[in-house]
Design a protein around this ligand. Sequence first.
Ligand code: TLP
Length: 346
Amino acid sequence: MYEGKVEKNLDFRSDTVTWPSPEMRQAAAEAMVGDMGYGEDPSVNELERLAAEKLDKEAGMFVTSGHQGNAVAILAQTGKGDEIILEARSHIYSMEKGHWAVIGSLVPRLIKGVDGFLPSDQVRANIHGSVNEGFRTSLLCNENTNLAAGGTAIPVNQMREMYDTGKELGLQVHTDGARIFNASTALSVDVKEIARQADTVQFCLSKGLAAPVGSMVVGPQDVIDRAKNFRRMLGGNMRQAGIIAAPGIVALTKMVDRLQEDHDNAAYLGQGLEKLGFKLSFPVKTNMVFVDLTSVGWGKEEWVSACAKSGFKTGVRSPERVRLVTHYGIERENLKRLLEDLASII
Ligand code: TLP
């Protein structure tokens, strides 16, 4: 029998590495289950209801990952040959192996955003021709928090501007809110305020909220119904998925309030690294710290060897840049030790 002990881990690569809390493990062990494929898993149904309620949307659906959630949301709101507006460095464009191209036969119109924000004039300039001319732009995607902008939280007024522009142009709007609760925490707003600025939102249970598996897609009932077809196509039609949905319910009800702790830890870590002479690539706004190694004359090798000596894992983003992500399981004492070890190595 599992003893319910949570290891303090020293893994800063991502918040995807979090281990489930003892309460999540308990919830998994006791979960009511049914066949999700028949819509009969009570834990999945409750998680889907709860997700929709929390983000104030009509319906929700449980998917295996953020990647799958973005894919089915996009496929459900587009038709083959359509153009979609994506941020040039977005996760959807750069990290998801082009599901929108391979499965959706969609054409990307890329905009280089300003800290993840897509200005109206640029969105307008990327509407390519008209339906009469045989072109159709059907969807605008954005991402909040924004990974390529250092994990920044895009303010609600900017989200609203993107949404309003999209609507004026007859587009559907999808938010990749993998870390939307980090955004709402950083902005001190109800997550509903952010979710209101999109037709559909994908958010992850398995990142800062520490669930072992899964993401949610929320939106209008008819879009979610179409998205379920694509979930089946992509092999996401699970069976007794209550076992993994039950920890997701704990994630949504118990883990949101502790995200501020991760943000405080990231700010503390960023300040500590700056004291050691490291330059940060972005101001720390949520749970991510991006470090420019060249500021202390280091490259990837020096960093990797320092971390190996000290026993920490971090994400190397490029030869000069690393990312450290704070999350459930990482505590102040871990940060202090990392900073002390780096100070002695420097
Ligand atoms: N991000 C992962 C890696 O893929 C980079 C990470 O460690 O940050 N949207 C955003 C904004 C994401 O950051 C991620 C994962 C996803 C979608 C995909 O989620 P999963 O990993 O659940 O498919």
